[in-house]
Design a protein around this ligand. Structure first.
Ligand code: MTE
Length: 325
C-alpha cells in the first residue's frame, strides 16, 4: 500500500488558493522587473511540458533531504507552480517567463572551478560535489529587489562547507561567484550591453554565515533549470539579485567584486544589498512586498526578517557604508 506522507512544507487542502486569489495572482504576475524591463509574457504552462524532455538528474535519488527545523517561515510556502514559472534569469530573457527557454541549459557535464586565493585551486564535478556535501532542506523567504517575494523549500548545503573545502588563504576577504557563459544555449547572453557572465560576491564572513546556503534542490527534487540548476546561492537577508544561479566558479580574492548589476547601475544595485524597508530603491519604495501566489501586500522586514542571524555582520558599519541599496 502506498502511504503518502506530506512533506513539512506541504499546505493542507483547506489552505489551497481560492479562485479569486488565483486570478488576482495572475494579474500580479505580469508585474514589475529589475532594470526596468517589462514583464508581460504569456501565462500558464503545466510542469510536465519541461519534464517531458526525459532528462534524469544523476542526483535525483538524494531527494527529498531532511529538513533543518531551525529555519522557519512566517507564511505559507509559495505554490510550486508559481515559483517555477515566474523567474528572473536574464541569461534566458529579461522577462519573467523564461522557464521554457531555460530548458535549453545542459546540466551535465557541469564542473565547478574553485580558484584564486586558496591553498590549491581545484575543479570539481557537480555530482561529486553534491554527493559529498551535507544536504538538508531549509524553508527560506526570498525578497526580490523588485518588491515581490516568495517562500521556497530549498535543498542544498551550507556555503561554509564549500568554503571549508576550498581552504581560502588568510588574506582572502571575498568570494566571487560566476554563472556559466554560453550564448548558444542562453540567448539572453547575446545582449551585448550586459556584462556577462552574471557575477556576484560576498565577504568571507557572509559566505560562512549559517544562513548562506548553496541550493541544489527545491520542492523536494533537484532544483529546476529556471531556478538556477544545478547550483545556486540563497542569501535570504539580501535582495534576490545576490542569489546567483547556475554557478560554475568560486574565486577567492582580497578585492571587493563588482557584481553584474552593480556594473550596470551601481546607484540602484550595490554590493551589500541587504533588505531594508526604510531605504527605497531610487525608483520605488521597499516598504512592502507583493507575495507571489496570493498577491497579498505585506510589510518588508529589515534583513528580510533574518536580523538574528546576520545583523552582527554589519555592526559598526552603519553610516560608513551603503549597506542597503
Ligand atoms: N542569477 C543569474 N545568473 N541571472 C539572473 O538574472 N536573477 C536574480 C537571481 N539570480 C538572476 C540570478 C534575481 S534578480 C532574482 S530575484 C533571483 O535570481 C530570482 O530567482 P527565482 O527565479 O528562483 O525566483
Amino acid at each position: 500500500m502506498l502511504i503518502k506522507t506530506p512533506r513539512g512544507w506541504e499546505i493542507p487542502e483547506s489552505q489551497a488558493t481560492p479562485e479569486t486569489v488565483f486570478l488576482d495572482r495572475r494579474r500580479f504576475l505580469t508585474g514589475m522587473a529589475i532594470g526596468g524591463a517589462a514583464a508581460a509574457a504569456p501565462v500558464g504552462l503545466s510542469a510536465p511540458a519541461w519534464a517531458a524532455k526525459g532528462e534524469v538528474d544523476p542526483t535525483a535519488d538524494l531527494y527529498p533531504v531532511p529538513q533543518n527545523l531551525r529555519y522557519r517561515l512566517d507564511r505559507p510556502v509559495t505554490d510550486e507552480e508559481d515559483a517555477i514559472t515566474y523567474n528572473n534569469f536574464y541569461e534566458f530573457g529579461s522577462h519573467k517567463r523564461i522557464h521554457r527557454a531555460a530548458q535549453s541549459l545542459n546540466l551535465r557535464p557541469w564542473q565547478v572551478k574553485i580558484d584564486g586565493m586558496v591553498e590549491a585551486e581545484m575543479t570539481v564535478d557537480i555530482d561529486d560535489l553534491i554527493r559529498r556535501m551535507p544536504l538538508e532542506e531549509r524553508l527560506y523567504r526570498h525578497r526580490c529587489v523588485e518588491a515581490w517575494s516568495m517562500a521556497v523549500p530549498w535543498s542544498g548545503f551550507p556555503m561554509k562547507a564549500l568554503v571549508d573545502m576550498a581552504k581560502p588563504l588568510s588574506g582572502a576577504k571575498y568570494v566571487t561567484m560566476e554563472t556559466f557563459k554560453d550564448a548558444s544555449v542562453a540567448s539572453g547572453q547575446k545582449a551585448f550591453w550586459y556584462p556577462w557572465p552574471y557575477l556576484e560576491g560576498l565577504t568571507i564572513e557572509e559566505a560562512t554565515n549559517d544562513l548562506a546556503f548553496l541550493v541544489t534542490g527545491a520542492y523536494g527534487k533537484p532544483v529546476p533549470k529556471q531556478m538556477g540548476a544545478p547550483l545556486r546561492l540563497a542569501v535570504p537577508w539580501k535582495y534576490g539579485f545576490k542569489s546567483i544561479k547556475s554557478i560554475v566558479r568560486f574565486s577567492f580574492t582580497d578585492q571587493r567584486p563588482v557584481s553584474f548589476w552593480e556594473q550596470i547601475q551601481a546607484k540602484e544595485y550595490g554590493f551589500w544589498a541587504n533588505v531594508n524597508p526604510e531605504v527605497p530603491h531610487p525608483r520605488w519604495s521597499q516598504a512592502t512586498e507583493r507575495v507571489l501566489g496570493t498577491g497579498d501586500r505585506v510589510p518588508t522586514l529589515l534583513y528580510n526578517g533574518y536580523g538574528e542571524f546576520v545583523a552582527d555582520l554589519y555592526k559598526g558599519m552603519e553610516g560608513k557604508e551603503r549597506l542597503f541599496l
